[in-house]
Design a protein around this ligand. Structure first.
Ligand SMILES: Nc1nc2c(ncn2[C@@H]2O[C@H](COP(=O)(O)OP(=O)(O)O)[C@@H](O)[C@H]2O)c(=O)[nH]1
Ligand SMILES: [Mg+2]
Length: 709
């Protein structure tokens, strides 16, 4: 990767026309690692912003969302481009907290490489915590090249060396120090002994200054790592023979190995003192891949037809993807876009495609989430986004990121292509929202406004799923966790919707308590046209999962043939309307009805009369046999670290769960537990499981059956 670029990028408004001059770098790591602060420091260091803001004060470029300011942590992804040399480096800040993994994945999608940021205290116990390893695995799953940044080096208990060793243990041998911090010079003026701004010693360049303790060993590890990755077979022999190796050639090999995703250099930085920022920028410029080196997402025609595939070519067909949608009080909907192929230009006709059959398989959330859309729209303006600040620009080439406004039909995950050449990119995988919250408008009559606001929210946030339950008459929002729920509620309130939350109700079923033969009698013969229908029906409960069965054993035409289906229809209608338990009606399942006898009248009998008689028969059966409540049971699959097995099994049994099996998974050290658990016991499982396993477990659930509690 030679980025000793030939061409100077266009000055002004952030426009770059050559993808080789672009870097898209996601900052990934646990909450509190210092990512947002690091972006802020890089922005200030490169002169992009005049003054460095702080997360605590809510004054950073990336944590501009009111929910982020309130939670003191990032809740969405944010983009901040910096200029370094003649490059435009789009820094993509992502939230580290598990609830926002949807935002993280969108950020990874927009990026070509990642800086994996850890606080220098992360390795204090000798191990990297499992939630952090899970984040590393998110990056690995999409094959993103990454370097490790050990941040917050100036803090109490900071230990760069042990953090780096713990990273090697957790992430593999491809992790090696590229720089070591130089020991701070004791000074009377600064009793904290902060590292000096350039307080790093380069292991490859062997400078500046004297090597700090351990430098020789660390250099050997680094060189061996690079040589192992190098295509130059003779390198190892020459190294072992003690030959002095050419530093520039080693740097080239390092770049190749990083871009390949198999080598992860470690750079310590301190955003507070500015130490390490130059080294980091050098690495991003020289060692990180340009958009040309990143495989592009799969693409098809919008009817699903095959497409030969795309390249990061500004002259290719336009294919861009919306990675984030937000609403600005002044400009309206803002869509953050990564251009994969072609060039986006202001004032052009585009096609917006969203076929995301969102893999939100949250069991209750079924139907109304996956409607696809295909619309033509017109781009009026293009912007470069610096956090929430938009600056107008005229074009955005393949590999770059920009913001578009007023695309009313566009949702996160949608493809933007040319109106005369519509394309569809295969969207990334979304997390499954598993924490339900039920919302009601504070005032009656605000239902419509709430529905409109919710529709907008769901369009912007693919991690959110909306369910309107006809059975419980509740509006349920499926979220990825409590912090996400908090963001959703604050967005609703910001949009002017006055809502309260209420307990989520789980739909119930009922069945009959015993068998009985009953009579449904609908006879009205006073005045005018009468109604006459009598049916004798035997009802019996069936095994769980049988549903409803209807038979006719009528002999001799006591119920005329044409009215037999009427009786069935009447019973079915009543099954759906339900039978009451504790004052509320619930749908009836697992029942057989056998029509055995009845009476009809030559003039007054009708389809409607026999339907009513059928319904009455079921209600009569409920009186005679009693009604038994059935609760919804789901099958859950929980992936956990082996060490949590005891806790998780104990908890499942406390939830009245029945374990179906515990099996090893493809990943060593992880177990898959399958169990059947009453849905009412799973309402807060997302939160509780996370707490029990320090955020390392994941689960899925799907409807299994209805069962007697
Ligand atoms: N002392 C010190 N504190 C830092 C540094 N970087 C970040 N912090 C603090 O660590 C906390 C978390 O930082 P933040 O940037 O929000 O982390 P993020 O969650 O990874 O984005 C904030 O209170 C920061 O002020 C640093 O280099 N030195
Ligand atoms: Mg942050």
């Amino acid at each position: 990767m030679t980025v000793r670029a030939e061409r100077r990028a266009a000055e002004g408004a952030g426009t770059v026309t050559d993808p080789r001059l672009l870097r898209n770098v996601a900052l990934v790591g646990p909450s509190g690692a210092g990512k947002t602060t690091l972006v802020e420091a890089l922005l200030a260091h490169t002169g992009t912003i005049p003054r460095q803001g702080s997360v605590g004060d809510g004054t950073t470029v990336c944590d501009h969302d009111p929910a982020a300011v309130r939670q003191h942590r990032s809740v969405t992804l944010a983009v901040a481009p910096v200029r370094y040399r003649n490059l435009k480096i789009n820094l993509i800040d992502t939230p580290g907290y598990g609830d926002f993994v949807g935002e993280l994945r969108a950020g990874l999608r927009a990026a070509d490489a990642a800086l994996f940021v850890l606080p220098a205290t992360a390795g204090a116990d000798g191990v990297i915590d499992p939630a952090t390893v899970a984040l590393w695995e998110e990056c690995a799953a999409v094959g993103l090249p990454r370097a490790v940044v050990v941040a917050r080096c100036d803090q109490a208990r900071a230990d760069v060396e042990s953090t780096q060793l713990a990273c090697q243990d957790a992430f593999g041998a491809g992790v090696a120090a590229l720089y070591l911090p130089t020991p701070p010079t004791p000074s009377a003026a600064d009793p904290r002994h902060l590292p000096t701004p350039d307080g790093l010693y380069g292991l490859l360049t062997q400078g500046p200054g004297d090597p700090p303790a351990g430098a020789e060993e660390a250099r050997a590890t680094l060189l061996e790592g690079i040589i192992e990755q190098s295509e130059d077979e003779s390198l190892m022999e020459r190294y072992l023979a003690g030959e002095t190796l050419d530093v520039d050639a080693l740097i080239d090999d390092l770049e190749t190995a990083v871009a390949r995703g198999s080598f992860h250099p470690v750079v310590p930085v301190c955003a507070a003192s500015g130490s390490g920022l130059d080294a980091l920028l050098e690495l991003l410029a020289g060692g990180f891949p340009s958009p040309l080196e990143r495989p592009l997402p799969a693409v098809s025609l919008i009817d699903g037809g095959a497409h030969p595939g795309l390249a990061a070519d500004p002259d290719g067909p336009l294919a861009a993807e919306i990675v984030r949608t937000s609403v600005d009080p002044y400009v309206g909907r803002v869509s953050l876009v990564r251009v994969f192929s072609g060039t986006l230009r202001a004032d052009t006709a585009v096609h917006i495609s969203g076929h995301v059959p969102a893999p939100r398989v949250s069991p209750e959330a079924g139907s109304d989430t996956s409607a696809g859309h295909d619309v033509d729209d017109r781009l009026s303006r293009l912007y470069t986004a610096l956090g929430a600040t938009l600056q107008e620009t005229d074009l955005c080439v393949a590999g770059d990121l920009c913001a578009l406004t007023k695309l009313t039909g566009a949702e996160t995950g949608d493809t933007v292509s040319a109106a005369d050449h519509p394309l569809l990119l295969r969207a990334w995988e979304l997390p499954e929202p598993l924490l339900p919250i039920a919302v009601v408008p504070q005032e009656r009559g605000e239902e419509d406004q709430l529905a409109r606001t919710l529709a907008k929210l769901v369009a912007a946030d693919p991690g959110l799923c909306l369910e309107r339950s006809p059975e419980t008459h509740q509006t349920v929002l499926w979220t990825t966790g409590e912090a996400h729920a908090d963001v959703v509620l604050s967005r609703l309130r910001e949009a002017g919707a006055h809502v309260e939350t209420e307990d989520v109700r789980v739909p119930m079923r009922v069945t009959l308590g015993s068998a009985a033969r009953v009579t449904g009698r609908h006879v009205k013969q006073s005045g005018g046209h009468g109604q006459y229908a009598v049916c004798h029906v035997e009802f019996e409960p069936l095994p769980r999962g049988s549903g409803f069965e209807f038979r006719s054993a009528v002999v001799g035409g006591s119920v005329p043939t044409q009215y037999v289906p009427s009786v069935e229809k009447g019973i079915r209608a009543q099954l759906d309307r339900g039978l009451p338990v504790d004052g509320a009606a619930h749908p009836v399942v697992d029942v057989r009805a056998t029509l055995v006898d009845g009476k009809a009248h030559s003039v007054d009998s009708s389809d409607a009369a026999f339907q009513t008689a059928g319904a009455l028969a079921l209600r009569e059966a409920a009186e005679v046999c009693g009604v038994v409540p059935l609760e919804r049971v789901d099958e859950v699959a929980v992936r956990i670290l082996d060490e949590h097995l005891g806790t998780v099994l104990g908890d499942l049994s406390a939830r009245r769960g029945r374990v179906l099996g515990t099996d090893p998974t493809d990943t060593p050290g992880r177990t898959l537990v399958r169990a059947e658990v009453p849905a009412a016991e799973l309402l807060r499982y997302q939160v509780d499981l996370r707490a029990m396993t320090s955020g390392t477990a994941t689960f899925t659930r799907r409807f299994a059956r209805y069962a007697q509690p």
